[in-house]
Design a protein around this ligand. Structure first.
Ligand SMILES: C[S@@+](CC[C@H](N)C(=O)[O-])C[C@H]1O[C@@H](n2cnc3c(N)ncnc32)[C@H](O)[C@@H]1O
Length: 250
């Protein structure tokens, strides 16, 4: 279903269900119109439409997961407000399951989180480009970052990221911005989990937002698209399932 990932990734919350009757795709949107045009596109590509149903967004996602889970080693995501005070030495991210991407369950978020933990040193400045729920920006702050700016071009994501920053008691500058358009200053790390085609075009422009020794963490790259980045100075690469993450020096 690579082509489905390419169409939906970063734009919709979706997941697949394998059953004895085949593989089903579920897509969530707050807009019927949006789903209507998406349905036409997916059907034209050979998928069979089964149906739609209405549900409260919060309840819908809560049906999927409510219990805390270890996103990566030592970093726990708590979708609800559990008392986790006895979990010593772990970083806790309070991220309710919602309509903004960034629940902590996707491989691309996990790979970015892993690289943040590896490369982020105390006091660094971090830009999260395409912040969704704000999960990576919040993690950056909890790992000891100084200035953290988180941007998204989706107003819903901006609202959710702001709420999540407050929920986690961290100070993050969350902005509505198309990539770098409303960003100023320089950063030690730019982390971005956005589909590859969007990123590769604008990556050269990232240099003016990077400090001298800064680097870029990218995920959201579907494996066959990795060659789009072959002209960049790739420091490290991780592949999980069909997804890649890169650390790049520009
Ligand atoms: C795959 S999600 C990543 C969310 C979160 N950072 C994570 O790693 O789980 C990608 C996010 O990028 C945002 N996005 C896509 N294109 C963008 C653009 N041109 N400028 C800013 N944000 C964008 C989407 O709205 C979405 O919230």
């Amino acid at each position: 279903m690579d082509f489905v990932d390419e169409i939906l990734y970063g734009e919709y919350n979706y997941y697949t269900i394998d059953s004895s009757e085949g593989t089903f795709l579920a897509v969530v949107s707050s807009s019927y119109e949006d789903l209507g045009s998406l349905e036409k596109k997916l059907v034209s590509l050979g998928l069979t439409f089964v149906g739609t149903r209405e549900s409260e967004p919060e309840d819908w996602f809560k049906n999927i997961i409510t219990e805390p889970f270890e996103m990566i080693d030592g970093i726990i995501v708590d979708p609800e407000n559990h008392d986790l005070s006895d979990l010593k030495g772990k970083i806790i991210l309070k991220i309710p399951q919602g309509l903004a991407f960034g629940t902590g369950l996707h491989q691309t978020t996990k790979m970015s989180a892993d690289y943040l933990r590896k490369y982020l040193k105390l006091g660094m400045d971090v830009l999260d480009l395409g912040c969704g729920s704000g999960i990576l920006a919040i993690l950056a702050k909890k790992l000891g970052a100084n200035r953290v700016v988180a941007v998204d071009n989706d107003p819903l994501a901006v609202d959710v990221a702001r709420e999540n920053a407050e929920r986690n008691g961290v100070d993050i500058d969350v902005r509505l911005s198309d990539l770098f358009s409303d960003v100023e200053g320089k950063f030690d790390i730019i982390v971005s989990n956005i589909i590859a085609e969007i990123l590769v075009e604008r990556l050269k422009g990232a240099k003016m937002f990077l400090k001298e020794d800064g680097g870029v963490i990218l995920s959201g790259i579907i494996s066959p698209k990795i060659n789009l980045f072959e002209n960049y100075n790739i420091i490290e690469k991780t592949v999980i399932d069909e997804w890649c993450a890169l650390v790049i020096k520009i």
